[in-house]
Design a protein around this ligand. Structure first.
Ligand code: NAG
Ligand code: NAG
Length: 170
């Protein structure tokens, strides 16, 4: 009787441990450089309708390969890159489609696929992790995105990303 009870307790403990899966958390600063001779973000298509505010038009497509670092300074250690694009919906909203490629550490070479809507004036925006490769094949998760700084004279910007990825159980 006692041993049956014990094994029941043990079973429920094992089950709750198995379901309480923790995400892998990454914290990055993304450096988007538009100005100067070596930009990391370039406008490749200009939409036909200029927006009333700011330098963009509806339909603009910006392709980027931005460095991701551990700290806000551009010379802090490089952890990976954000590679992909965003398209402009209106003065305050863009749609992101990009991969994070990790270039060091335990997950070096793995990628995290992200897409989502960026409502720029909000202090924190949420994007979706829709998959990945390597350690993150078929992963799910989310990204909390903040604007760390913007230079409104040239469009250079720094974003702060908290990425939470739940690796798939394959
Ligand atoms: C990074 O740059 C700052 C100045 O912008 C400098 O003070 C600091 O020493 C640099 N750090 C490294 C690790 O090079
Ligand atoms: C990451 O992996 C690449 C390709 O395998 C390798 O060249 C590079 O040295 C690795 N970087 C680090 C910091 O381990």
């Amino acid at each position: 009787m006692a041993s049956q009870l014990l094994s029941l307790i043990f079973l429920s403990l094992t089950l709750s441990l198995a379901t309480a899966k923790k995400p892998v958390h990454f914290h990055f600063y993304q450096h988007k450089t538009v100005s100067g001779p070596n930009p990391s973000a370039v406008k490749v298509a200009k939409g036909p309708i200029p927006l009333p505010v700011g330098p963009y038009s509806f339909g603009d497509i910006i392709v980027l390969d931005d460095p991701l670092t551990s700290g806000p300074e551009p010379n802090s250690s490089l952890l990976g890159r954000a590679q992909g694009l965003y398209s402009v919906m209106n003065s305050l909203t863009v749609t992101w489609v990009f991969n994070i490629v990790l270039t060091c550490g335990e997950y070096n070479g793995s990628t995290i696929a992200i897409m989502g809507r960026d409502d720029i004036p909000l202090p924190v925006r949420e994007l979706s992790v829709v998959g990945g490769s390597g350690a993150f094949r078929m992963a799910r998760g989310y990204v909390l995105l903040k604007t760390y700084s913007v230079d409104i004279t040239n469009g250079d910007a720094e974003l702060e990303l908290d990425v939470y990825v739940y690796p798939a159980e394959l």
